[in-house]
Structures are given as structure tokens and as C-alpha cells.
Write a protein that binds this ligand. Sequence first.
Ligand code: CO
Length: 133
Amino acid sequence: MLLTEIDHIAIAVNDLDAAVAYYAEAFGAEVAHREVVDSDGVEEALVKVADSYIQLTAATRPDSPIAKFLEKRGEGLHHVGYRVDNCAEALASLVAAGGRAIDEEPRPGSRGTTVAFVHPKGSFGTLIELVQE
Ligand code: CO
């Protein structure tokens, strides 16, 4: 088994501060980590739940994938991050099983992680992010 944990579920939101305030009020949630990822055109706020995160994600520019997602589909579940010990190994295994890599090679993600995205087509309609800490 190559998956070791649900690393995070990512929820696309229009207003990151409003989403953070809502989670704080509803659940007493505190933001464990907040980061602008320039390469992806997003700002993330991570709420820790046991060893996983809820990743609230907003766009920082109109051409980012999250901006396009919000425009097309509105707010909601964007992707699931599966934690793995070795991103390259898990990506190769997934591609061998018929998955469609968005990232041909693992690349840097937020929190100093190494990540690779896999297309929803070929993965039962879910955008998958492989996350190596
Ligand atoms: Co993610």
C-alpha cells in the first residue's frame, strides 16, 4: 500500500478570510499554516485535523487553476491529497495503472512538500494530489 494518510482535502473558496472565520466559529478551528504558493496562483490556509488537514484554497490571480475552477464550478471540493512516502514511486505506479499525470515529475508543493497532481479523468472523477512530506 503506497498511501500512508489522507494528507488533506482541498476546498476552493472565493474569500479565504471568510472561510477561515467560518471554520473558527463553527468548529473552533485554528489555522496551522497559511501560505501563498506563487507558482500555483493560490493562497492556502490549513486547519489541522488529527494528522490531516483541511486546506482552504483561494486564487491569487485570475489565470490560476483555482480561479478557473471557481468560475466554472463555484466553491467546493477541489482535490484530495494522499500522503505517500515516495511521490515519484506512487506517481509511476498510478500511471502504470492507467492514471493520467498532470505533473510528469514530482515538484515542490506547500509546506516544503513534494507533490504531483493526477487528472480526474482516469481517476474516477477526482483530482488527486500525491504528497510526500
Ligand atoms: Co493540495
